[in-house]
Design a protein around this ligand. Structure first.
Ligand code: HBI
Length: 361
């Protein structure tokens, strides 16, 4: 598709999450989100610059590599954890460059779930759109995001209504869902006899329930994703020594979708309110129905009985019952329905409108 010039093309600065180089898997869903949005907006004729930690790689997207110490991940901190910033912090370096270069751009989009970019917003001469990647995690983050939501109406973007609802100021958040390049996902009509689970292997993702359901249903489980918490993983292996499970590593999209597409269903077992659930759309794009706890973003992606089954949260029995009903779902419907709502062009429309609204404000 030729890149077309929109009514007026924008000069956009995207500032990455500081928890890891883009493309490493450390940045979780934000890596794919940033890549997809940047690629789609560039295709539409906007001019993109991306600031990201050294070692980032997003193919041919224009990245300025910023050095410095990575930021500890927010979801491993507690509600009262104070803000931390190490010496030579990559977060501080990212936002020093953003400050010094801001006049080159119409608008800045922040992808970090960190205190600093929100605190700095009123000191910038350019509007900052904040795409918040997770639900409420700490008091200090809630407070600073709310301060920006009030002072800069419409500048807080989230991925789902469930994520917005975790904040006391949820009604001030703009729901953008997410977007995926469906051309990068091959539809698989005939699966093999396996289930799949995809995500950072960490307690908030509830992998143990998927392992238990796999064992009870007698269908092997393939596990994909960054092995973040090794103790957690060993505990699961010790608890379910006879489970037919295979850890398949962290695969980048092209390889992941090839493996994922061959499974009969994706099990989605979050313990926390997942802001969105990128992997759910990735599975649907391959024709793989999703069996998900009725909790957080995945519950707004899965159409119960059409593109998967929604299950009572934390109910392994519920997962097992849904697995037994998989044959009632149509794999082609899974892809077609998801494409209409969550393609990169649907997301590009939402992002473009968000940016134009902020610039018009
Ligand atoms: N933690 N401090 C911090 N900053 C982030 O931007 C961040 C994070 N943890 C996870 C994360 N981003 C991404 O994995 C999101 O996709 C959830």
């Amino acid at each position: 598709m030729p890149s077309v010039n929109p009514p007026h093309s924008l000069k956009l600065l995207f500032v990455s999450t500081p928890v890891g180089p883009l493309g490493s898997g450390l940045g979780g869903g934000v890596e794919l989100t940033l890549r997809n949005i940047a690629t789609e907006l560039q295709r539409r004729g906007h001019h993109l610059t991306i600031l990201a930690p050294e070692g980032s790689d997003l193919g041919d997207l224009p990245i300025a590599q910023i050095p410095g110490e990575l930021q500890p991940t927010a979801q491993t901190q507690g509600r009262q954890t104070p803000v931390t910033l190490s010496a030579h912090s990559v977060l501080a370096n990212l936002w020093e460059v953003a400050r010094s270069r801001q006049s080159e751009f119409d608008l800045i989009c922040n992808f970090a779930y960190d205190w600093l970019p929100f605190y700095l917003t009123p000191f910038f001469q350019r509007p900052i759109a904040h795409l918040v990647s997770m639900g409420s995690l700490s008091d200090v983050m809630d407070e600073i995001i709310e301060r920006v939501a009030i002072a800069f109406p419409g500048s807080i973007g989230v991925h789902s209504r469930a994520q917005a609802a975790t904040f006391s100021f949820g009604d001030r958040c703009r729901c953008l869902f997410n977007g995926f390049d469906f051309g990068a996902y091959e539809f698989c009509e005939t699966p093999d006899h396996t289930l799949a689970w995809v995500g950072r292997i960490s307690p908030e993702k509830g992998l143990e329930d998927a392992v238990a359901a796999s064992q009870k249903s007698g269908i092997p489980l393939k596990i994909f994703g960054y092995l973040q918490d090794k103790d957690y993983w060993h505990e699961i292996r010790e608890t379910y020594p006879d489970a037919a499970i295979a850890y398949c590593g962290f695969l980048e999209t092209k390889q992941l979708q090839r493996e994922l597409g061959r499974s009969r269903a994706l099990l989605v077992t979050p313990r926390w309110v997942e802001a969105f659930g990128n992997v759910v759309v990735e599975a649907l794009a391959c024709g793989v129905p999703a069996i998900a706890y009725r909790r957080g973003g995945p519950a707004e992606i899965v159409s119960d009985g059409e593109t998967g089954w929604l299950v009572e949260p934390d109910s392994v029995e519920g997962l097992v019952e849904a697995i037994s009903q998989l044959d009632r779902l149509d794999r082609r419907t899974c892809r077609d329905r998801a494409e209409g709502q969550f393609s990169v062009s649907a997301m590009g429309d939402r992002m473009e409108k968000w940016f134009y609204d902020l610039l018009g404000a």
